[in-house]
Design a protein around this ligand. Structure first.
Ligand SMILES: *Cc1c(COP(=O)(O)O)cnc(C)c1O
Length: 392
């Protein structure tokens, strides 16, 4: 009651990996030294493993939006028509960036909580055969939906457009086969599944996309993709790198290699499933409908008569838990629980138990323990399945 630990339960920033915190403290070194170049080269190499791609990778000192901007400013020219799939606040960010660079976005818009379906994209591609790019989110963090990249990637690959995927919360929380599905640009950020603070973004760039470096005419300087992609494998960055964060990222990527990237994804997916089951058992409604639910984050509707702002405040005041409210017009209507990165079942059991107490104290009828039990069942079943899998 009287001791409350502050816990980050948000879909970015996410809880920090302890090994990374220690590694970040050792940043009193110069970046043009063999010692640091070895770290940097290792990080680029391990990012290839984490993302699962052979494509070139650029690493920037910026939050995720920096790499989103780089994709636009390096690969497109003013006046070009592009298709933006907008299913939430981050899809709307693509509209803003492409517009800022003078592109002409055609927007395929969905109500919050729904996804753009492959057929919607197919129709738009047919109507706009000259479109030079398709922009979308792997998972739309503001609503908790995922897009079907496996079907959409090949649709775009048949056209003259390149596919630009904001996978900032998708990476490490859902299966994304960058090379197999033809995803030309895939973007990530440090404060999501990578368990370190905000400040690094990265993106992979296919040869098909890179062939535009010489012809695209949008202006860019700091976020130059080619310079970053060429320098990285030598252990260099064009400008002074964010050394501390890179040391942290090195520690995280070693950790992910240790457990396996597939296992990290499975972990998030399991927590997400357990959260959905628990919410449903408590009589709550999930916000995502008509869509693949995200592994990164689950958006839950506040029950009738309650505001999600009250729920979020009660998490903070009663338990020290920092839970995300809805963004924009979704504020007050939904709250969002995160699963990506350094989250485990201990976190989830606690969070669901807190939620039950909060709902009860706000007058929503719940049977205490019912949601926790649903989450425990997912854990028990998954453990049994993995034990029988490892025996065979
Ligand atoms: C967090 C996030 C971003 C990046 O936002 P920044 O504030 O620039 O880090 C972009 N897209 C999605 C889907 C995100 O979840």
């Amino acid at each position: 009651m009287y001791v409350r630990k502050t816990r980050l339960l948000t879909p970015g920033p996410t809880p920090l990996l302890p090994e990374a915190i220690r590694a970040m403290a050792a940043a009193d070194l110069h970046h043009r030294t063999k010692q640091f170049r070895d770290v940097y080269r290792g990080v680029i190499k391990d990012l290839h493993y984490f993302m699962g791609t052979q494509n070139g990778i650029a690493l920037f000192a910026s939050s995720g939006s920096g790499a989103m901007e780089a994709a636009v400013s390096n690969l497109f020219s003013p006046g070009e028509e592009v298709i933006v799939c907008a299913a939430g606040k981050f899809g709307e960010r693509w509209e803003q960036i492409t517009t800022a660079y003078g592109l002409r976005p055609v927007v395929v818009r969905k109500p919050y909580g729904e996804a753009v379906h492959p057929e919607d994209l197919e129709t738009s591609l047919r109507r706009h055969p000259l479109a030079k790019g398709v922009f979308l989110q792997a998972t739309e963090t503001s609503t908790g939906i995922s897009h079907d990249l496996q079907t959409m990637g090949p649709l775009v690959a048949e056209t003259g457009a390149i596919m630009v995927v904001d996978a900032i919360t998708g990476l490490g929380s859902s299966v994304i086969d960058i090379d197999g599905w033809g995803l030309d640009v895939v973007i990530g950020g440090s404060q999501k599944a990578l368990m370190i603070p905000p400040g690094l973004s990265f993106c992979s760039v296919s040869a098909r996309a890179a062939s535009r470096f010489d012809t695209a005419t949008c202006p860019n300087f700091y976020f130059n993709l080619r310079k970053h992609i060429e320098a990285g494998p030598r252990g260099d960055s064009p400008w002074t790198p964010a050394s501390s964060l890179i040391l942290g990222m090195g520690a995280v990527l070693r950790h992910i290699r240790g457990i396996g990237r597939e296992r990290l994804i499975e972990n998030a997916q399991l927590l997400a499933r357990a959260t959905r089951d628990a919410a449903t058992e408590l009589g709550l409604q999930l916000f995502a409908k008509n869509a693949i639910p995200a592994g990164a984050v689950t958006a839950i509707r506040a029950p009738e008569g309650l505001s999600s702002t009250q729920i979020v405040q009660a998490f903070k005041q009663g338990f020290g838990s920092v839970v995300a409210n809805g963004q924009g017009s979704m504020k007050g209507r939904i709250f969002r629980l995160a699963h990506l990165g350094y989250f485990d079942f201990h976190d989830l059991f606690g969070t669901i138990a807190e939620l039950e107490v909060i709902l009860q104290s706000l007058g929503h009828e719940v049977e205490l323990g019912r949601g926790v039990r649903a989450a425990q069942s997912v854990f028990v079943d998954a453990r049994a399945a993995s034990a029988s899998g490892s025996q065979s």
